[in-house]
Ligand binder design. Structure first.
Ligand code: NAG
Ligand code: NAG
Ligand code: NAG
Ligand code: NAG
Ligand code: NAG
Ligand code: NAG
Ligand code: NAG
Length: 349
């Protein structure tokens, strides 16, 4: 994998340049890009002053409510203090739990990486509230002030969802998909996370081929609605899983490798951009096969350890060859590439 820079989009560009495209064509593209660039630059240079003033990131005050309460005597160690909060919600009173410390977190993930399932596991903890994909609606992430406003509301326990535990939450957070405004504003967001002491849980998937199949099947079901006319992204019975897994997508083998590489690059860039924020990196596959991973997450959030449960059932739980229409082509395409191992990894539990 090429070294990732935080903001760059290098891998996507590389992925699109075909190996076979003639040198001459590349030269023409390069020269027109340079000419075009110079032209734009010459226009912009007149407006530099104006642009600079515009481009300066809005410095928005991050409100830190940690010190408002008289909850200092809880025996929290010094290095840990910045991660501990005593929110005073506007919509209710924390009552007997007012001086129970609250940790702030965000699950950073990508679609079809098991984050829905992971979130139901976390929410089975009596002191944890993970409020779902709150940045799904684009109006909440139009600009940095909207993002800050939304984050403030969640972290002040004023956000209500079916997951809210209200008074006695000891950890509060939500799920942030990398493609939901996180990268567009990564500097300001990292600033917020670091100032307010938010901890990040990266939930990634090792087998990006399985992820691709899950994406295609989920997109298909959005249109076809295999389960009695209702689209489901997650299911709760083996029967439902079987119905959804009955659809076998055909993968486009000419874009297969570049798509996998592009997803890999997206995850690597997010890790790079938020590496200064306190974080933990988890892989979906590891959580399935190793139950101590969930203990590790609870320790990371300093929660009392409990057995976590989810009613969700995995949709594609068998060998991959069973779920792809053009499996032979897919196998041949990936054989001999660095992604060959994705063909063979199955679940053992
Ligand atoms: C808030 O608490 C921190 C950590 O105890 C302390 O360093 C800081 O001075 C306090 N700020 C205010 C305004 O009391
Ligand atoms: C951010 O977006 C909201 C809603 O779209 C808008 O009302 C607000 O004026 C915008 N703020 C800034 C600073 O652009
Ligand atoms: C967890 O919730 C229970 C009941 O709601 C409460 O008694 C307990 O103090 C909470 N634990 C923490 C660590 O906040
Ligand atoms: C559709 O609904 C019927 C009756 O409610 C139920 O018996 C059946 O299992 C459902 N089918 C699926 C695929 O969920
Ligand atoms: C595969 O993707 C390429 C590039 O997007 C496209 O031109 C081609 O039509 C696709 N092939 C199929 C079979 O969908
Ligand atoms: C399971 O996860 C724990 C916690 O991350 C780790 O210490 C342990 O080595 C893992 N076990 C296996 C078999 O991978
Ligand atoms: C979790 O479940 C296991 C087996 O189901 C049990 O042995 C263990 O005591 C449980 N732990 C807690 C903290 O409930």
């Amino acid at each position: 994998m090429p070294a990732e820079t935080c903001a760059g989009h290098k891998d996507v560009f590389l992925a699109k340049a075909s190996k076979r495209s003639p040198l001459i064509l590349r030269m023409v593209v390069l020269i027109s890009a340079v000419v075009c660039g110079l032209y734009i630059f010459s226009i912009c240079i007149n407006q530099t002053d104006y642009k600079f003033r515009q481009a300066k990131p809005l410095k928005i005050q991050v409100i830190d409510r940690r010190n408002r309460s008289n909850c200092r005597n809880t025996g929290i160690q010094e290095p840990d203090l910045r991660y501990v909060h005593f929110p005073e919600p506007e919509s209710f009173s924390r009552q007997e739990c007012a001086c129970n410390p609250v940790r702030l977190f965000a699950i950073v993930s990508m679609q079809r990486s098991g984050s829905g399932w992971f979130e139901t596991l976390l929410n089975s903890h009596m002191n944890l509230s993970s409020n779902g994909e709150i940045f799904g609606p684009s109006e909440r992430r139009n600009n940095v002030s909207m993002i800050y406003k939304t984050l403030d509301k969640v972290y002040n326990l004023d956000w209500f969802s079916s997951a809210s535990k209200n008074e006695c939450s000891a950890a509060v957070g939500f799920k942030w998909m990398i493609n939901q405004g996180l990268m567009e504003h990564h500097e300001e967001v990292a600033d917020y996370f670091n100032t307010r002491g938010v901890s990040l849980i990266f939930l990634l998937r090792r087998n990006l081929l399985r992820r691709m199949i899950s994406l295609l099947a989920n997109t298909y079901d959005k249109n076809v609605k295999l389960l009695n006319g209702t689209h489901k992204s997650h299911v709760h019975s083996p029967h439902e899983a079987e119905v959804l897994a009955g659809y076998k997508p055909t993968l486009n083998v000419s874009t297969l490798v570049s798509n996998i590489r592009s997803a890999e690059g997206t995850a690597a860039r997010a890790l790079e951009c938020f590496k200064t924020t306190r974080h933990i990196v988890l892989y979906y596959e590891d959580i399935i096969t190793n139950h101590t991973k969930l203990v590790e997450v609870q320790e990371f959030l300093k929660l009392p350890s409990q057995n976590l449960t989810s009613g969700q059932v995995k949709i594609h739980s068998g060998p991959l060859s069973r779920y792809v229409a053009n499996w032979e082509d897919v196998r041949k395409t990936l054989q001999g590439t660095s992604y060959e191992n994705l063909l063979n990894t199955d679940y053992k539990s």
